[in-house]
Design a protein around this ligand. Sequence first.
Ligand SMILES: [Zn+2]
Ligand SMILES: [Zn+2]
Length: 400
Amino acid sequence: MNHLETGDDKKASVSTINRRQALSATAGLVGVALAPRLPAPIPPRQLRIWAFGDAHVGTDLAEGRQSLAIALQQSEQGDDEGAVPFEWDFAINVGDLSGAHESPTDDEGREVVRQYAVLRNHPREAVYDICGNHDRNAVGEPEAEWFRRWIDPLGEHPETSGVDVRNRPYPIEGTWERYRFRVGNLLFLMMSDRNEPTQTIGRGALGGNPAGVVTGETFEWWKQQVLEHPDAIVVSAHHYVLKNTTVASGDWEGFEKDEHGNWKSKFHGYYPEGTPRGASYLYWVNSQEDSGAFERFLSEHPGAVALWLGGHTHAQPNARVGNKTHIETRWGTHFLNVCALTRYHVRRTSRPMSRLLTFTEGSPLVVVQCYLHTKDFALRGWYRKAERTLMLPKPFRWDT
Ligand SMILES: [Zn+2]
Ligand SMILES: [Zn+2]
């Protein structure tokens, strides 16, 4: 590196050394006229995705708490009780904005839109939403009418939702039930929960009717997208995780037994006429109960899907139920339960929290941090003990 200290060849020399060499070369040259000429270090470009879910806006509002607005404001501005703000490029909301046990109402829809409007540094459209079981309309009503009018991923009803798809940082393709978007070499496959078409009694009469549902068409679409994009890092999102992945996602693990040995509600409302066995996971696919369709595909294509984001089961950051935590890896796929923002919907187990995923250009590692929105569990802000670093099947790249 001595040649850096002398004469006319220094420009050429600088252009042929890498950043590390340049930094070590300048370490001993502080104050020397040459130092300012070196190129400024360029930090690796990062992508920060905020993942949250289960705000259950109406439930918390009834207790005087704005579960969605508080989290949005904390993320942008922090608060005066020690919560720190953080940077995010866009967000994924895995559903259950509503807290209704019957069909969600227009009043609650307006309230969700009002709470979303507290965003100052991001457009509303920087949040990509999917439908949770509480966002569904009751059986017999137009499918997903409330979700489409008030949450509106496609911008079909701007007069109610305020969503203008031209403001999406990354454009989406698809329907309210299933859509995709790309960010660099990441491919996001977003699937909404819906009413099971063969059920004549379900959502509404059976409350939230827990047990996740997608149609055969959605499953086929998902499979095709995964198979057609082996070059991509695939991220799936649904309100539910798959069976036997994260906290309480096994058969019957959404409930507990009373002193007489009968099932009762725990993480989910217990409705014996529904399908309580599968209340905590994506149970119905193509009208097949406990179909195993996604799980089978992933076991036959290990690593084809890098991440699966879900929510639905609200539990504290260190929860372990059925020997499963909130972040688990199966079939080469990392499953993340990223909920819940609510404090009062299933108040016994809900501790408001969310996750931040940080991808770095050229790196196969994604860092997953846990953010606590209240002091119910620990200090507000980053909860270090729940932080994880996960390996992706390939490095993240902005250019594809
Ligand atoms: Zn929920
Ligand atoms: Zn749910």
